[in-house]
Design a protein. Structure first.
Length: 101
């Protein structure tokens, strides 16, 4: 099952949350037009190394089970491109999304 949820940030901008229920796990992602944050399934090393030419703006939060938790969780890792925009490890997901707008 898949669910899509719009979230309005403090700035008034809308981002899109996607929840995909899979056997024994749930994939969580919230995206803007430029980048996204995701649950622990995101492989930041892959994005930074093998896909570095794509300059993907992304962050990963671990231990989250809902989209609301993903918005509030501190990022555990971020891509190099995200870092270049000021998105840092420890930043809340919602703060990172504001920068990604």
């Amino acid at each position: 099952m898949m669910r899509m949820v719009p979230y309005t940030l403090d700035s008034g901008e809308t981002v899109l949350g996607v929840e995909v229920k899979l056997p024994k796990t749930t994939l969580l992602s919230i995206s803007t037009g430029r980048g996204y944050i995701m649950c622990g399934a995101l492989d930041v090393s892959l994005l930074n190394e093998r896909l570095r030419d794509r300059d993907i703006i992304a962050g990963r939060a671990v231990g989250v089970r809902t989209l609301d938790e993903l918005m509030e969780a501190p990022l555990e890792s971020v891509t190099h491109k995200a870092e270049s925009l000021g998105i840092v490890v420890g930043m809340k997901g919602s703060e990172a999304l504001r920068i990604m707008l």
